[in-house]
Design a binder for this molecule. Sequence first.
Ligand code: ATP
Ligand code: HSE
Length: 294
Amino acid sequence: MKIKIPATSANLGPGFDCLGLAIALYNEVCIKPSSYQSISVKGEGEENAKLKKNNIFVSIFYDIYQELAGKKDPFRFEFFNAIPFSRGLGSSSAVIVGAIASAYEMAGVKASRETILNKAILYETHPDNIAPAVFGGFTSSVVESGRVRTLKKVLGEKLKVVMVIPDRPMSTAHSRTLLPKSYPMKNVVYNLSRASLLTAALFSENWEFLRVASKDCMHEHRRMKQMKELFEVREIALRSGALMSTLSGSGSSFFNLVKAENALKVATALKNAFGMFRVEIFELDNNGFEIVKS
Ligand SMILES: Nc1ncnc2c1ncn2[C@@H]1O[C@H](COP(=O)(O)OP(=O)(O)OP(=O)(O)O)[C@@H](O)[C@H]1O
Ligand SMILES: N[C@@H](CCO)C(=O)O
């Protein structure tokens, strides 16, 4: 079997740990029965020898496979990774969702997307990357008594993403240590009001609200100070016509949502200013992970 899992952009500014959307940039994994277990890696991470020995996809896959099948059969895992590691593009969620969904498939056990989502939340405690990797589109999620409740909005072809992908990583674990444990009431209200408006604007396709609704005062500034060029990325993107411009997940990439007709203009302005960073135009993904039987 083959599975493809989309990249995701989480938070979208004020929606810390709850809002996210899926991007048409995919990791693909082929899993085949074999007489012994083996791993090959192409693309992102192929130079990292540890991924062939200590691979989190493989360990999560076997956690679930053994639980379902009651045995540990040997498989060959072939990874084709397009999602860069630790750049705020949901590489870890893609691994978690991909491993769980493919373990169900290989064990021959049917599972709903809600089941995959609720297994995945055991491995990554916030649903903002996991939910769009499972369902595609824009997702708004809460975790209640350990279960994720998500609503999804399909985002059509009129929108594109201009992603700025820096040459340096920011690990989520480190990036979270930069944040305070509590926030003053006025900051909470600032983010709460904007996350609500952002969700309403995306669901109702009122794109002109996105710029004001995507502002954040909880996490972006502290994280962006680690890579000061990101302040200028935002300034140029918004000046060139981006609808919103936010730190992608915990960084280091910057997510710019644009009307399709403005994508090239925004991308060119960013490429001209940041020759050392990758600047790419992506479609949105509205399907989430997809299993292709082979
Ligand atoms: N394709 C992969 N195969 C194996 N491990 C991976 C793969 N992609 C990511 N990882 C693991 O996940 C880690 C990156 O996770 P991290 O949460 O720091 O960043 P991210 O998921 O890319 O960003 P964000 O959560 O902000 O969107 C890597 O260091 C590696 O351990
Ligand atoms: N909401 C998470 C996304 C990255 O996993 C964070 O900002 O830390």
